[in-house]
Design a binder for this molecule. Structure first.
Ligand code: GDP
Ligand code: IMO
Ligand code: MG
Length: 429
């Protein structure tokens, strides 16, 4: 049985939600393994749009969904998302959703610290989602987090909160902020415990059992490889590993459980927040892509920066995530352009290079070297077979495959679930 990992191959918002939804018909279990409610995954099913941030996209189909230990979970945001989905007719119960007992919790003080840093005039502005993601991961690595299982043991919770606050109140004093009392955090946690604890489970064990029963597991990545804490455009990244390898450690299944890595890849490039973006088009091309692609953030509503497809970046992601094949999305957004550019290499200080250098300074200095392809005037929107695609669009897809060194397994031509062309089924690799 094939288990599939879905990851973003650029800077996020590649259309992971749509593709996970499409694939989840064939899956038994859908697992989130990193990130938190900084993600915004959109599913459109028969004209109805569902926006998921923390919950795996499989909940919409009623599939067993799992939030793995690699996620950082804001319990109040979790309850709010479950309520929001309920209003759309999606039922989320412990029957179809489990949360790892060792998941790290995001608290109000993480959110406040995230916003304080982002709003400060000193330091590097990252353009975060201000959801507290970075500060929560810092506490996890600092070995002082409150984890879900701690809500079950009220005798020791207060001591853990006090230990955490010894660190945070020192930070807050330095930032001229009022200290937080242990009572406030204790109440914040205990007030939500009854709503979250019923979902708690030993996820590694559950997944091991599912695997041994021959069930198909679909891992749903958030963000994208260029936002990875190690492999991304540091420091303009998120605070987790977003590459496919994280699916194993963020869920408790070993890497041998992974059979296929599907990289979700937008037919052009977008980025939200600060940081280098070699192919960015701050001109009519960028406006065209942003308008046709409705490029506004799902979580924060921010306008996404837009540019040409960068094959150098995706080629690198194919390596860092071990991508078996890609799902190329939003091809339809390119309809109507006279010509389309693809970045095939960079120029760095007068030399041609074929990779993204690791240093921040060099990432800012690289200049794209483009190849230009003719566009197409016909519409590809809603196409469901290769026969529906104009010859120039097929040429573009073939050129992308050639340049990134990975085949197109799926092609997406609209936000709708069914507007998807299947080339190679990742579950039947
Ligand atoms: P994710 O974070 O990777 O799940 O992506 P988002 O949901 O944040 O952003 C992708 C957006 O593009 C969503 O609004 C999707 O509904 C939409 N989308 C996905 N695939 C396609 C496609 O092939 N064509 C078009 N036009 N829109 C798409
Ligand atoms: P999905 O799963 C796009 C970006 C933020 C910021 C940086 C750090 O929908 O693809 P954070 O709040 O994580 O500390 O912010 O990462 N970012 C995303 N960009 N899509 C996302 O998720 C993102 N999640 C975080 O804009 O630049
Ligand atoms: Mg998104």
């Amino acid at each position: 049985m094939a288990n599939v990992v879905v990851v973003g191959s650029q800077w996020g918002d590649e259309g992971k939600g749509k593709i996970v939804d499409w694939l989840s018909e064939q899956a038994d279990v859908i697992v989130r393994f990193q990130g938190g409610h900084n993600a915004g995954h959109t599913l459109v099913i028969d004209g109805t749009s569902y926006k998921l941030s923390l919950l795996p996209s499989g909940v919409v189909r009623g599939k067993m969904s799992v939030i793995g230990n690699g996620v950082v979970l804001d319990p109040h945001a979790f309850v709010a998302e479950v309520e929001k989905l309920k209003a759309q007719g999606v039922v989320v119960t412990p029957e179809n959703l489990r949360i790892a007992e060792n998941v790290t919790l995001i608290l109000s003080l993480h959110r406040e610290l995230d916003a304080l840093r982002e709003n400060s005039s000193t330091g590097t502005k990252i353009g975060t989602t201000k959801r507290g993601i970075g500060p929560a991961y810092e506490d996890k690595v600092g070995r002082r987090s409150i984890r879900l299982m701690d809500l079950k043991n009220l005798d020791t919770l207060r001591g853990k909160v006090e230990r955490l606050l010894a660190h945070h109140n020192a930070l807050r004093r330095g930032l001229d902020q009022e200290e937080v009392s242990a009572d406030v955090i204790y109440e914040e946690l205990t007030s939500v415990a009854d709503q979250v604890l019923p979902f708690m489970d030993s996820v590694w064990k559950l997944l091991d059992g599912e695997r041994k029963d021959g069930k198909r597991i679909l891992f749903e990545g958030a963000q994208g490889a260029l936002l990875d804490i190690d492999h991304g455009t540091y420091p303009f990244v998120t605070s987790s590993n977003t590459v496919a390898g994280q699916a194993a450690s963020g869920s408790g299944l070993g890497p041998t459980a992974i059979d296929y890595v599907l990289g979700i890849t937008k037919a052009y490039t977008t980025r939200v927040g600060e940081g280098p973006f070699p192919t960015e088009q701050q001109n009519e091309v960028g406006d065209f892509l942003g308008t046709r692609g409705h490029e506004f953030g799902t979580v924060t509503g921010r306008k996404r920066r837009c540019g040409w497809f960068d094959a150098v970046l995706v080629r690198q992601t194919v390596c860092t995530s071990g991508i078996s094949g890609i799902a190329l999305t939003k091809l339809d957004v390119l309809d109507g352009l006279d010509e389309i550019k693809i970045c095939v290499a960079y120029e760095l200080d007068g030399e041609r290079i074929d990779y993204l250098p690791a240093s921040q300074g060099a990432q800012e200095r690289v200049k794209p070297i483009y190849e230009t392809l003719p566009g197409w005037k016909e519409s590809t929107e809603g196409a469901r077979s290769w026969a529906d695609l104009p010859a120039q669009a097929i040429k573009y897809v073939r050129q992308v495959e050639e340049l990134i060194g990975a085949p197109v397994a799926l092609l997406s031509t609209s936000p709708e679930r069914e507007d998807t062309i299947l080339v190679q089924n990742p579950f039947q690799d």
